[in-house]
Design a protein around this ligand. Structure first.
Ligand code: AMP
Ligand code: ZN
Length: 663
């Protein structure tokens, strides 16, 4: 076979496998085979750059950087949708369009209204050419390189597709992916994202497409434009499913208003069980001919309407605002109001995020505020009742000093958040830092839960993380509710935590922006805290994924003599501040960095990690160019897998790994 044919064959296969996996939930090949094929393709593409393809499966991992998104006119404007909260208005809408069309209309397509960012994709000869955001409806931004990283968007189509057409869909972030992302941010001490919708649309505008690739976005399609090959909208969608687009199975073609109402009621009840967010449903006239006759107003199509579920919104009296200080000093204003019942849960508090929102609303104590269960996740304040305002002199002024320690708050350039920068005297920050230090992903001191940390801090038994290792049993048994047995357990788990490897320790000490991954990168690169402290700016930025922000934060942390003192104390207690290398059983794995992913047949993950370290290897939690080998179990993560092909990192299994050790 000549190389061109071979490359094409591989691309076809991989597109097919990818589509089947992401859109139909069927794996046609084993992970291993997929890996091998992609790696092969990648090698061939490097060797024969003349066969470059804009839509090759190898572009999914990202890599392109867009400094400024170019904007383009839409061929067909992207309209809004007329919307209503009442079924009567749906009846009226049908009457209105029947009058305009002059006949009865009894063919509709009901769809969910996905809550994300809309996108218009342009295909030519079965290939994705360009992706534009909605923008202002007439003009959108070209985000093609980011869109190509979304795994369920086909880059190349199957079957009998039209030569040229445009398709529209909603890019969404599933709720669990949103939560995972926020948990990671919490670990890093970064401000949290507000809701999946904002995060989805923000992601499309990230400059680094590699970052987009990691976000687990999806795209649901709901309309085809510039294509009249079918008589019915629903048929076009069904067809496009065959071309490789993800058309949610929830859509339903109906013939009566009662069926429309039934669809509304059904999803009204079911929507909270969906793994993603919707903000209503959409009813569309199904005949394309009738659609064309009805046309558009200046803003919306006449042939569609969206029914929005009443956001569970209520007004309530604002009682006070207080300010929470996170472990990294970030200040979050929190509104306290008279308790209300929002879709079954009692709510009395909502985050106000940062000073901007308070200013924008001109919030006063005594105002009646509207609280909504926004996106079903965290309640939020969406406005104020203009007729029931609090007294003018109750205007809320964002605090200037930390309510805990009194030090002046500061804003970091480029961030909306205020910070308390006094890490030494600010009690809540200290408690937060201790809670982080002992948490499961950090030093994993099981018997020391958040409440216990507060108690021990209040009793003066621990004042900082180093004090944990000085706790004496007698002090604990004096405490209320602590029997001798649980005191001993606590001491034991504290002792146990001294075994935690350097990268965990580095994560645990709570440097802002240094999450699990960054900590392990730094640990592997520098090998010891001493090297890290003495590293130059240049040394730091040469580590993959370490940018300006992280470098600044690291420098700030180590400039603080208090932090250095604590490290010294911890070090005296035997906490590991360098990579283990003295108890090597062999040096066979010297110079090799491993990423471990998936689950294994005989050994546990921890055991494998131990073996790697004992034989001179290093561990990393993410695949990078320095990774030598991945030990992949059954369910190795797809992100890791994709990175592995791109970087040509071989994936080996448990058996092969053990074989390596025995040679
Ligand atoms: P709106 O922004 O409320 O005027 O509603 C219009 C937007 O709804 C469109 O731009 C799409 O992003 C979004 N949308 C979500 N699901 C659908 C759907 N099934 N059909 C049409 N638009 C949808
Ligand atoms: Zn403070």
């Amino acid at each position: 076979m000549n190389p061109e044919e071979e490359i094409k064959g591989l691309r076809n296969k991989l597109h097919k496998y990818n589509n089947s996996y992401y859109n139909n939930d069927v794996s046609l090949v084993s992970d291993f085979e997929f890996d091998m094929l992609l790696k092969k393709l990648e090698e061939l593409e490097k060797k024969y750059p003349q066969f470059y393809d804009f839509n090759s499966p190898t572009v999914r991992v990202g890599g392109e950087v867009t400094k400024k998104f170019q904007s383009f006119n839409h061929n067909f404007p992207m309209y809004s949708l007329a919307n209503t909260y009442s079924k009567d208005e749906i009846k009226e809408w049908i009457k209105r369009i029947e009058k305009k069309w002059g006949h009865k209309i009894n063919d509709f397509n009901c769809e969910l209204k996905f809550d994300g960012a809309s996108i218009n994709l342009y295909y030519e000869q079965g290939k994705l050419k360009r992706a534009l955001t909605r923008g202002d409806g007439t003009k959108g931004d070209d985000v093609t390189s980011n869109i190509k990283t979304i795994k369920n968007i086909p880059l190349v189509l199957n079957g009998n597709y039209p030569e040229k057409f445009e398709i529209r869909g909603e890019v969404i972030l599933p709720i669990h992916s949103f939560n995972t992302l926020n948990n990671e941010r919490k670990d890093k001490g970064l401000p949290l994202f507000r809701n999946p919708r904002n995060t989805a649309s923000g992601s499309l505008k990230l400059q680094h497409s590699k970052e987009v690739a990691l976000r687990k976005l999806k795209c649901f399609f709901y309309s085809i434009v510039g294509e009249n090959s079918s008589l019915y909208h629903s048929d076009l969608l069904e067809k496009s499913r065959e071309w490789g687009f993800f058309i949610p199975a929830s859509m339903k073609r109906v013939n009566s208003i009662n069926e429309i109402f039934h669809f509304i009621d059904f999803w009204g009840k079911k929507k909270s069980e969906l793994p993603y967010e919707i903000d209503g449903i959409v009813v569309k006239v199904n005949s394309i001919k009738v659609q064309n006759e009805l046309g558009f107003t200046a803003k919306v199509p006449r042939w569609a309407i969206s029914y929005k579920y009443k956001a569970e919104r209520q007004s309530t009296l604002l009682l006070s605002v207080n300010y929470q200080i996170g472990r990294t000093g970030a200040v979050t204003p929190v509104a306290n109001f008279e308790p209300i019942n929002l879709s079954g849960t009692i709510v009395k508090r909502a985050s106000l995020h940062n000073s901007d929102q308070i200013e924008r609303l001109g919030l006063r104590i005594g105002d009646y505020v509207y609280v909504e269960k926004g996106g079903e996740i965290i309640p939020k304040i969406v406005g104020i009742d203009k007729h029931r305002r609090g007294a003018l002199d109750n205007l809320i002024k964002f605090i200037e000093n930390c309510p805990e320690c009194g030090s002046k708050l500061e804003k970091v350039e480029g961030e909306a958040q205020h910070y308390c920068k006094d890490e030494i005297n600010c009690k809540t920050q200290i408690i937060g830092k201790i809670q982080h230090f002992v948490s499961r992903k950090a030093m994993n001191i099981e018997s020391l839960g958040s409440e216990r940390v507060i108690l021990l801090f209040k009793k003066g038994i621990i004042k900082n993380i180093a004090d944990i290792y000085k706790i004496e049993v007698e002090k604990l048994t004096n405490l209320e509710g602590m029997a001798e047995k649980s005191a001993l357990n606590l001491i034991e788990s504290i002792k146990e935590s001294k075994k935690q490897p350097f990268q965990k320790v580095l994560f645990s000490i709570g440097i802002r922006h240094v999450g699990e991954t960054v900590a392990s990168k730094l640990a592997n690169h520098f090998g010891s805290i001493e090297n890290l402290i003495n590293s130059s700016y240049h040394d730091l930025v040469s580590v993959e994924e370490i940018g300006e922000k992280i470098v600044k934060s690291i420098n700030r942390y180590f400039k603080n003599p208090q932090n250095l003192l604590i490290i010294e104390k911890l070090s005296k207690e035997g906490i590991k501040f360098k990579i283990d290398d003295n108890k090597n059983k062999s040096n066979i794995l010297n110079g090799k960095t491993f990423v471990i992913s998936g689950t294994f047949e005989n050994l546990s993950r921890e055991e494998i990690k131990q073996l790697v370290l004992e034989n001179g290897g290093k561990l990393s939690s993410a695949v990078n160019s320095k990774t030598k080998i991945i030990i992949g179990g059954e369910s190795i993560g797809p992100t890791k897998k994709q990175k592995a092909y791109l970087l040509k990192v071989p994936i080996i299994g448990e058996k092969e790994f053990l074989k390596m050790l025995n040679t």
